[in-house]
Design a protein around this ligand. Structure first.
Ligand SMILES: [Zn+2]
Length: 186
């Protein structure tokens, strides 16, 4: 499928998409006539500009950056999000209240994709973090593939999955009523 840029209507400078959580794809066109332009698309091709998410993700950059340790294996996206929630509960709840979360059922443009995923992508572009794709486990399994994150990638590319992390901290790898407790959604 050929993807054209909604800004210059050409396909020549459109880069392969980045997969965000909850099946969202982020495309970028680097055509010099308009500079970098990013947009988000779902499978049903609803398009939303990604630049509108830039402002609302500013406050997430530093907290998310602190959820990825310096000398650690790549960690599955769900681990990063779980740490964000544990360490910055009000911030997490505020973004879920505005964009929803797949723990309440399938939904396009969740906080995971358009807020936390977009913010992590910004941290990758500034060189703070590195990501690669790997299997999505447990509650995130519906994504198929999901991003894994590291600050200094280990030489052996070691990974910790969400399911392994859940076993380690003694919680279910699926969503529970305890996860949903205290959160509001739009
Ligand atoms: Zn373009």
């Amino acid at each position: 499928m050929i993807i054209t840029c909604p800004k210059c209507f050409a396909a020549d400078d459109v880069l392969p998409p980045r997969r965000l959580p909850d099946r969202l794809l982020q495309y970028r066109c680097t055509n010099p006539i308009h500079g970098n332009h990013e947009w988000l698309t779902t499978r049903d091709a609803v398009q939303a500009p990604s630049d509108v998410q830039e402002g609302v993700t500013d406050e997430l950059l530093e907290p998310l950056s602190r959820c990825i340790d310096a000398d650690a294996p790549f960690v599955e996206y769900g681990i990063v999000e779980h740490r964000l929630r544990t360490r910055f509960p009000d911030l997490f709840a505020a973004h879920v209240a505005e964009q929803g979360h797949s723990m309440f059922g399938p939904r396009a443009y969740t906080a995971s994709s358009v807020r936390f995923g977009v913010a992590l992508g910004r941290l990758e572009r500034t060189g703070d973090l590195v990501s690669e794709y790997g299997p999505a486990t447990g509650a995130w399994h519906h994504n198929g593939q999901v991003t894994y994150w590291a600050r200094n990638p280990p030489a052996d590319r070691r990974r910790t999955t969400w399911a392994e992390y859940c076993a380690e901290i003694g919680r279910s790898p699926q969503w529970t009523d305890q996860d949903r407790f205290g959160l509001r959604i739009p």
